[in-house]
Design a protein around this ligand. Structure first.
Ligand SMILES: Cc1cc2nc3c(=O)[nH]c(=O)nc-3n(C[C@H](O)[C@H](O)[C@H](O)COP(=O)(O)OP(=O)(O)OC[C@H]3O[C@@H](n4cnc5c(N)ncnc54)[C@H](O)[C@@H]3O)c2cc1C
Length: 382
């Protein structure tokens, strides 16, 4: 067992910290207020290799691996959790799906552009009537003229408004001799019949784009299929295991950022003639926060290590990690606001944003209830 980062991992994480301070921190408060994406910074991250961290070098990636990715995500999330989720979707949900399920032609066409940030990607699974239960989706793909025609509307798609490449999941007809199922498709934003729909106005991660994706007689060639026809749910579920590493690292970063702010504030704020950091009640609160962040971080790097080590499945571990890290971040951000008293409720203080940003980590890529369901099924052998 080795708990040290390699030199390469350390350099990637240190670089992410510098980037977050220099490029994300100055802009985040205003962009959060306006609900706008820092697309310039996101593109720059592509140039620096942070949008292709698990993509092989021969496919144009930086191949730094999941541990370096998790550590970098912590640094981005501390400062701008909206930009961080865009990085997470690109690495975990889009690149990984294309790398694992794409044909050689799809890998060649999409991965170099995604890994360099020339293209931004998104992963469109959820619909208005199909969230925790994606199998009940209603978007359809019908075979026509040797290709497919898609109809339906996806919602809540992260990066939707800035995406050049789209992974979308549909209900599909039974192939000759097969059964109907869910299929995944990989397309570009200029596909005829596709358009971006409503842009969501959100509580948190306001520097990320979340939109509807509308398919109206959207015509795709046969080679737009990602993975086997009718086996799209497998693509979604296997990809989401890795995705949960991204969201857990987002939660850890938000929590660590809130802890750092709380420590700083507790040392500065004077009440009853001394800094509030000298009050035992607050010291215990800070000690609990720091301990919880450390536990989640340890779990995070273990699951990221499992991915780098090529362990075939880490579904249970990824679900436990995402569940613990996101609920930990909830508790830590709650306490960080408490340490700030009334000032924590004000937009001038960073904890106010972190508190709002944290909330989504308990919801997307599977709610906490769904993570508990996945864990229970695994330990009960169901
Ligand atoms: C900001 C944002 C970004 C998102 N980005 C993406 C994206 O990029 N791509 C994408 O495809 N989706 C995305 N989503 C969708 C997200 O993954 C879903 O919102 C989430 O999976 C929950 O689905 P739902 O909102 O329909 O809630 P529902 O499934 O309707 O759940 C409502 C409540 O019921 C509970 N529940 C449901 N089923 C069970 C069960 N079996 N047992 C116990 N409790 C249950 C849930 O835990 C929840 O508390 C995003 C959502 C948001 C808000």
């Amino acid at each position: 067992m080795d708990f040290e980062f390699t030199e390469e991992q350390r350099m990637a994480i240190d670089g992410a910290r510098r980037f977050a301070q220099e490029k994300l921190a100055p802009a985040v408060a205003e962009l959060d207020e306006k609900g706008e994406v820092n697309l310039k910074a996101l593109k720059e991250l592509g140039g620096l290799g942070y949008l292709g961290m698990t993509v092989a070098e021969e496919d144009g990636g930086s191949a730094l691996g999941a541990v370096a990715y998790a550590g970098s995500m912590i640094e981005f999330s501390k400062v701008d959790a909206g930009c961080a989720v865009a990085v997470s979707v690109q690495n975990s949900l889009v690149n990984d799906a294309v790398a694992h399920f794409g044909t050689p032609a799809q890998r060649k066409r999409f991965l170099p552009k995604l890994a360099s940030g020339e293209w931004i990607g998104c992963f469109s699974l959820t619909e208005a009537g199909a969230g925790s239960d994606p199998a009940s989706m209603r978007t359809t793909a019908k075979r026509q003229d040797g290709g497919f025609v898609l109809n339906g509307t996806k919602n809540f798609t992260t990066n939707g408004g800035i995406a050049d490449a789209i992974i979308v999941f549909t209900r599909s007809e039974a192939p000759p001799g097969g059964k109907p199922g869910i299929s995944a498709f990989l397309l570009t934003k200029d596909a005829p019949g596709f358009k971006v729909g409503k842009h969501e106005n959100k509580m948190g991660i306001r520097t990320s784009s979340t939109t509807e994706m509308v398919f109206e007689d959207c015509r795709l060639p046969a080679d737009a299929l990602l993975g086997e026809e009718g086996k799209g749910l497998k693509v979604a579920l296997a990809t989401l295991d890795g995705g949960r590493i991204g969201i857990a690292s987002q939660a850890v970063g938000i929590a660590e950022g809130a802890l750092e702010e709380a420590v700083r504030y507790a040392k500065e704020r004077v009440q009853f003639g001394k800094p509030i950091a000298e009050l035992e009640g607050l010291q215990f609160m800070l000690a609990d926060m720091a301990t919880e962040v450390e536990v989640a971080k340890t779990m995070l790097f273990r699951v990221a290590w499992m991915k780098d080590a090529g362990k075939p499945r880490f579904t249970k571990e990824a679900a436990m990690l995402k569940l613990y890290a996101s609920e930990m971040a909830h508790r830590v951000c709650h306490k960080a606001v408490q340490v700030h008293g009334g000032y924590g409720f004000m937009k001038e203080y960073k904890v106010e944003r972190l508190y709002r940003d944290q909330r989504i980590t308990e919801i997307y890529e599977g709610t906490s209830e769904i993570q508990r369901y996945v864990i229970a099924r695994s330990i009960l052998g169901a």
